[in-house]
Design a protein around this ligand. Structure first.
Ligand SMILES: *[C@@H]1O[C@H](CO)[C@@H](O)[C@H](O)[C@H]1NC(C)=O
Ligand SMILES: *[C@@H]1O[C@H](CO)[C@@H](O)[C@H](O)[C@H]1NC(C)=O
Ligand SMILES: *[C@@H]1O[C@H](CO)[C@@H](O)[C@H](O)[C@H]1NC(C)=O
Ligand SMILES: *[C@@H]1O[C@H](CO)[C@@H](O)[C@H](O)[C@H]1NC(C)=O
Ligand SMILES: [Zn+2]
Length: 519
């Protein structure tokens, strides 16, 4: 009630009173931060929702540093930090060690997961293997009776043999440490026949080894191997690359320095790189058009990717962002139309495989598509053509990420702020698309609404757009305890954006929507 004085910014003698109430209001803000620290509004963002996706996003240490940490006490004799010796042969010989290709061009690699793993661990390992299956012709299949297979279990540390060694070969993915996507994909790549990137014979052109910071006993970990580089460029971003400080015996001094540009990132934290995928497809001679896109945002123009795959009949783009939700906006779509989009089409999956739920089902022609928000940080775009790709099979899109939100393409749903009815977290940006079938409109009614106080919606706010682009007309920007009228879309898409800043948490909002036939 008292805040009503400030609500309309009346410049009268009430101003003093208003300022007092404002001050009282500010000191009772639910945050423990002391008042004078105005600058804390600009503290670097800490996303509270990140924690739940620990396995999917950056960790504090690069992958190889983690591997070395867990291998410290390993009872296994390991080369180059995590490579097991190949039954009396040299650890660095991979003759005839590739997995065999079957008649259908797929390289099936049978695997078995130890029963020591919990269901969550099993699911995480399976998802790490799924990336190979989606993006390469190496397909991991559960072992039935095959003689040669990967026996994945919780051994002493994180390690693998190089390539296929025959029989049930152990891949050690120790519980409480090694069960993360990056480490699993690293060890699996060894099992497919790959060495560490900086042991390539041409590595001296790309990194300097700082021998003076490496104990003589560890020099062997930096030997070069006569690898086949498959004509591919050196990959600083490979999941197979050591970190900058791997095996350094002097705190703060690197063992590897990229050149000519020393600041180039090495020792990444997320898993397979685009070139790792390429390398596997080259090594196994996979005739596949597939790409991996990572980071926080980027763009994809199918023309740039498909030019060298003009004879392919399908291409896949796996998008994995370092945030909770992957977001995709098509800027242009130009796909040969056909009845029911049966010949050429684009499908977007809500997950990492073509078996995942569908977000966009068979789109073709030349249409504007709504913004798509995945339920997790991964999205898969598939482009299919019954002929070879031509100028009329094309799209342009940009991807980005959000902390929360979703795609609501079913009737009679409910949308709410993260955590509702509990207080929403600080520093979140949510994006939701409500998407009705063509020829329908959306009716949206709020049943609860309470955000941070601000008469001009500067801090925490909700934006609703009549369409699905940031350029779509604004239906309203709402905050505080404004009463929001029932809203009706003009077309069949509404965009709902929620933003919270680094201060003050409130219960947020809840709204129900339903679809109606356009009149
Ligand atoms: C690190 O290794 C180098 C080369 O083997 C050696 O000269 C140096 O003394 C070592 N430094 C420390 C702190 O052990
Ligand atoms: C695609 O290629 C065009 C021209 O070759 C270039 O301007 C554009 O930036 C490229 N887009 C991407 C996403 O690489
Ligand atoms: C949505 O709700 C309306 C009214 O309650 C009902 O008539 C309609 O059948 C519902 N639609 C679906 C798909 O449940
Ligand atoms: C929802 O909003 C529409 C559009 O303003 C309105 O006609 C309808 O009565 C509202 N429904 C409820 C349950 O408030
Ligand atoms: Zn390794």
């Amino acid at each position: 009630m008292t805040l009503m004085y400030c609500r309309y910014g009346i410049i009268t003698r009430r101003v003093t009173k208003c300022l007092i109430f404002l001050w009282l209001y500010l000191i009772t803000r639910t945050t423990p931060l002391p008042l004078p620290k105005w600058n804390s509004r600009y503290d670097p963002p800490v996303h509270p929702l990140h924690a739940q996706y620990k396995d999917e996003i950056d960790d504090a240490e690069d992958i190889f540093t983690q591997i070395l940490k867990y291998n410290k006490g390993s009872t296994m004799k390991l080369y180059h930090g995590d490579i097991a010796m190949n039954r009396g042969l040299s650890a660095t010989q991979c003759t005839d060690c590739l997995w065999t290709k079957s008649a259908d061009e797929a390289v099936n690699v049978p695997y078995r997961l130890s029963s020591d793993y919990t269901d969550d661990e099993k699911s995480l390992i399976t998802r790490a293997l799924q990336d190979f299956t989606t993006l390469t012709c190496v397909h991991f299949v559960e072992r039935s009776t095959e003689a040669n297979y990967l026996d994945i279990g919780s051994g002493s540390g994180c390690w693998s043999y190089i390539g296929k060694v025959g029989g049930g070969q152990f891949v050690s993915v120790m519980k409480n440490g090694c069960v993360s996507r990056g480490i699993i994909q690293h060890e699996i790549q060894h099992a497919l026949g790959f060495y560490h990137e900086q042991s390539r014979r041409d590595r001296d052109a790309h990194v300097d080894v700082m021998w003076q910071y490496i104990a003589a006993d560890d020099w062997g970990n930096f030997e070069k191997i006569d690898t086949d580089n498959l004509g591919l460029v050196y990959d600083y971003a490979s999941v197979m690359h050591y970190g900058r400080y791997s095996f350094s015996n002097t705190t703060g001094q690197p063992s590897l320095v990229p050149k000519p540009e020393p600041s180039v990132d090495i020792g990444q934290r997320y898993g397979l790189s685009q070139l790792d995928v390429y390398k596997i497809n080259k090594m196994y001679n996979c005739k596949l058009c597939s790409f991996l896109l990572t980071g926080t945002s980027g763009s994809l123009d199918s023309k740039n990717y498909t030019s060298e795959y003009s004879s392919a009949s399908s291409c896949l783009w796996l998008i994995r962002v370092n945030n909770n939700k992957a977001v995709l906006q098509f800027d242009a779509l130009d796909v040969q139309p056909s009845a029911g989009c049966s010949s050429d089409y684009i499908t977007v999956y809500d997950g990492a495989s073509t078996m995942s739920p569908v977000l966009l089902d068979r789109a073709c022609g030349n249409q504007a598509l709504p913004l798509l928000v995945a339920s997790g940080n991964v999205m898969l775009v598939e482009m299919v053509s019954d002929r070879a790709f031509t100028a009329t099979t094309d799209f342009k899109a940009t991807y980005s990420s959000a902390n929360c939100g979703g795609t609501y393409n079913y009737d009679n749903g409910t949308i709410f702020s993260p955590g509702y009815p509990n207080l929403y977290p600080n520093l979140v940006d949510c994006i939701s698309t409500i998407w009705a079938p063509a020829g329908h409109q959306i009716v949206l009614n709020f049943t609860a609404f309470e955000l941070e106080f601000s008469s001009s919606c500067l801090y925490d706010y909700l934006i609703i757009k009549d369409g699905s682009r940031s350029s779509s007309p604004l239906l309203g920007k709402f905050c505080w305890d404004m009463s929001i009228p029932g809203l009706i879309s003009t077309g069949n898409v509404l965009l709902v954006q929620f933003h919270s800043d680094s201060w003050v948490n409130k219960p947020g909002y809840k709204a129900t929507y339903y679809f109606v036939k356009s009149s």
